[in-house]
Design a protein around this ligand. Structure first.
Ligand code: NAG
Ligand code: NAG
Length: 265
């Protein structure tokens, strides 16, 4: 009852945003939804978009019927706009062009009239799905074969796991991470594998927050593992050549010596 009274005296409104975070793909454009309820015109109001931080840096500012972006955060320069036709309908959504990983985070849509103000928080999640993992053989190491798996262009940072043919996680080295010029993640992880029944290994790169996964399977030829163990080869050579040789020596030499002795007598 009270709020009804207030409504008649001041033009009261609510600023609303989406209940769910907005997810955008790096490099694409996105709309950050924000609107007034009731849907009064926002043409004569102040509309301000901020990053939610201590000093609320300006992403986009509309006041006195025009965009006033002199004090905008430089990284947003030329990448923001409101929808002029939609403002009349109380739609104060922001269009953000060519999103990048640094755009990730919470935003505040703030709308102010002479008598009233309200704001709403909008969470923007940037995602970038990286390249198909590339597995390379690095060589022999510590009695096994060293493999390295690499994938580029992820956001947020993904996990890298190595698995055997049955999907069990294998112990691998630490994941190395780099940021590229677009601030996206390149990940790399090494593993030393031993011969198994299948010699099949999988590198899986996954980002659970954005529900994305890419994996590559590799089959290592069995012969490669034999060369990883020179002592095994030596053992095999010993048994295939060494044993007959010893038998020959052990049997033939005494026999020869016996013959010699018999001749001598
Ligand atoms: C405001 O909302 C009402 C009810 O949803 C709708 O009928 C009306 O067309 C809207 N006004 C404008 C200007 O969009
Ligand atoms: C506001 O305008 C944008 C751009 O046209 C549109 O995508 C969005 O659905 C509109 N929101 C509402 C609540 O009308």
């Amino acid at each position: 009852i009270n709020s009804q009274c207030v409504f008649f005296f001041t033009e009261r409104f609510e600023v609303l945003g989406p209940a769910q975070p907005v997810v955008a793909v790096a490099g694409e454009d996105v709309v950050l939804p924000c609107y007034l309820k009731p849907n009064i015109s926002a043409v004569d109001l102040h509309v301000e978009w901020f990053r939610v931080q201590i000093d609320n840096p300006i992403v986009h500012l509309y006041r006195d019927h025009e965009d006033r972006n002199e004090n905008q955060v430089p990284s947003y320069r030329g990448r923001t706009s409101l929808f002029p036709e939609e403002l009349k309908k109380g739609n104060t959504s922001l269009k953000l062009y060519d999103v990048r990983s640094s755009d990730d985070g919470p935003y505040k849509c703030f709308v102010e009239s002479q008598e009233w103000q309200d704001d709403s928080w909008i969470n923007l999640h940037i995602k970038a799905v990286g390249t198909q993992p590339l597995i390379s053989i690095e060589g022999y190491k510590e009695g096994g074969i060293s493999l390295v798996c690499e994938s580029k262009g992820w956001y947020p940072q993904p996990q890298v796991v190595w698995m055997d043919s049955e999907g069990h996680n294998l112990t691998a080295g630490p994941t190395e991470t780099e940021r590229d010029s677009m601030d996206l993640f390149t990940v790399r992880r090494r593993i030393i594998v031993q011969e198994t029944e299948t010699n099949r290994f999988t590198c899986r790169v996954q980002q659970q927050q954005i529900n994305e996964m890419k994996e590559t399977i590799t089959d290592i030829p069995g012969e490669m593992f034999h060369r990883a163990h020179p002592w095994k080869v030596a053992f095999a050579v010993f048994f295939s050549l060494g044993v007959p040789a010893i038998i020959i020596l052990a049997v033939l030499i005494p026999r020869y010596m016996k013959q010699q002795r018999e001749k001598g007598i």
